[in-house]
Design a protein around this ligand. Structure first.
Ligand SMILES: [Zn+2]
Length: 495
């Protein structure tokens, strides 16, 4: 038995000015991982591909991995990069296999396509119409018909922060191996509701998504092979952006439809609770200043690298310095130019430089605003570390050449590649113990909770600047279906 495994993951923020070329999918290497290199990179890790590999090996299958490509969220994927990844997968499919397991995101937009995954799956089906296909998806997937009509099984993450990549792959893959053994005939139902939940209200520690995901797990205890509620990714301005779900049963389409409707109805009833209410930055920082016990997380959530942020906006960092907060570590400002200047200056040097704010954000009408900073080059690193977990445990992260710039009040991490701060390793690898800092400025939205959730004594959400804004009025939606809540007043869930 020969099983094809592949990873092609990107959450596309169509408002992001950050380009998405093939190198971005390589996370610091020249090219994505192919073949044996992909196997070695992911075998034994807590990733989706790690889950697929273990499952296939347990089944005694020969494994083929044509490509493993994963990029931090950013703007639409360059068409040539997309075609390259699809060609790799489709050429391997054409050589023949008994099953296909794909670790996808589900919100990939390319320069030419609003549903990158759907077109890939159509191409695969055209080559291998009968081969079972199982797909692991992110909770931020925006489901389209082309995606769902060309697969047998879908499973989405049930945690946000996402710490169940491995388990999701196992949920997607198990029914496929049961199919191969002739023991299962998956039946899938999927659907959506016209609603765009705010990402800041999608965490699974919080109502209503916590309860929706519990309901999915209960369904999987009661007859569903997989049940997945996708909160969707609103910053991909595509027709089907928003909340959806998929339920797979063993040869019971009526039960799949019943469970699907129950999930969607529950989400729709609680739609108001998915709306995020924004606090002005000055008020947030004043509240932070009054808190004596650290660490206090200062969440710069408008500029989150794991949602397409430039990671170089300076509004919150500037506010922290102007408010006079002390004993702060900030992760991070993306500024390869500033890193180069500090590398040249060397450890221990005092520098004054223009930091961040180098990237304009025309889609939200913002220009980059660099800030003048003076400090000492405290530490220089190659920026590589392995995640301690629970998110992506054991997977190699690469921030590129990285410098810690110490201003006295703030230790600012300056990176050359985007990196979501979802893991303590991002500070520990740079000699900063986050537990001993009074304040941690973090450019994240929900994922920081994976590594920092238990460490934080309190969390202050800071509305700065960036293309991950929670203020939908800043986003010029052109393509999402209308009416859609909360952009429009919608009373009918099936308009
Ligand atoms: Zn996600």
């Amino acid at each position: 038995m020969r099983v094809l495994l592949a990873q092609m993951k990107h959450e596309t923020n169509t408002f992001s000015p950050v380009p998405t070329d093939l190198a971005r999918f390589a996370r610091g290497q020249a090219l994505p991982y192919y073949g044996d290199e992909a196997y070695s990179a992911f075998k034994g890790t807590g990733s989706g591909l790690g889950g697929f590999i273990d499952l296939a090996e347990e089944a005694g299958a020969e494994i083929v991995i044509p490509i493993a490509a994963n990029a931090w969220p950013s703007g639409p994927v360059e068409q040539s990069a997309y075609e390259h990844m699809c060609d790799c997968i489709c050429e391997a499919v054409a050589k023949g296999c008994d099953a296909i397991l794909l670790d996808l995101h589900g919100a990939m937009v390319t320069e030419a396509l609003e549903d990158g995954e759907g077109v890939l799956l159509q191409r695969i089906r055209a080559i291998a119409p009968q081969t079972p296909v199982g797909v692991a998806l992110d909770m931020h997937a925006n489901l389209f018909p082309a995606m769902m009509e060309n697969i047998n099984v879908a499973a989405g993450y049930q945690t946000y922060p996402h710490i169940d990549h491995y388990e999701t792959a196992v949920r997607a893959g198990k029914p496929i191996f049961a199919m191969l053994r002739g023991e299962s005939a998956p039946a899938m139902a999927w659907g959506n509701r016209p609603m765009l939940p705010h990402v800041m209200r999608q965490g699974t520690d919080d109502f209503p998504n916590r309860d929706l995901q519990i309901l999915c797990r209960e369904m999987e205890q009661n007859g569903a092979l997989t049940a997945s509620l996708f909160t969707g990714f609103p910053h991909a301005d595509v027709y089907n952006a928003g909340l959806s779900c998929a339920v797979v049963t063993d040869n019971d389409p009526a039960l799949a439809r019943q469970y699907r409707d129950r999930l969607l109805d529950r989400a729709w009833v609680d739609r108001e609770r998915f709306v995020y209410h924004i606090e002005p930055l000055a008020e947030s920082l004043a509240r932070a200043k009054a808190i004596s016990e650290g660490p206090v997380i200062l969440l710069d959530h408008y500029d989150n690298a794991a949602s397409g942020g430039t990671m170089d906006t300076t509004t919150v960092l500037r506010g922290i310095i102007e408010a006079g907060l002390e004993d702060v570590a900030a992760f991070a400002i993306y500024d390869p130019e500033a890193v180069r200047i500090m590398l040249d200056a060397g450890i221990g040097s005092n520098v004054t430089l223009s930091l961040g704010g180098k990237i304009d954000m025309p889609s939200v009408g913002l220009r980059g605003r660099p800030m003048e900073v003076a400090g000492r080059v405290k530490l220089i690193s190659d920026g590589r570390f392995r995640n301690l977990g629970p998110a992506y445990t054991g997977v190699l992260m690469d921030m590129g050449p990285t410098v810690v710039l110490d201003t006295g009040a703030v230790e600012i991490v300056v990176v050359s590649r985007h990196q979501e701060p979802n893991d303590l390793g991002c500070f520990l690898s740079l000699g900063i113990d986050p537990a001993r800092k009074r304040y941690l400025m973090i450019k994240s939205r929900i994922h920081y909770r994976a590594g920092f959730g238990t460490l934080a004594k309190s969390v202050i959400e800071c509305a700065g600047d960036g293309v991950c804004t929670s203020d939908y009025s800043m986003l010029n939606f052109r393509n999402v279906r209308r009416p859609v809540f909360p952009l429009d007043l919608v009373n009918d869930p099936n308009p």
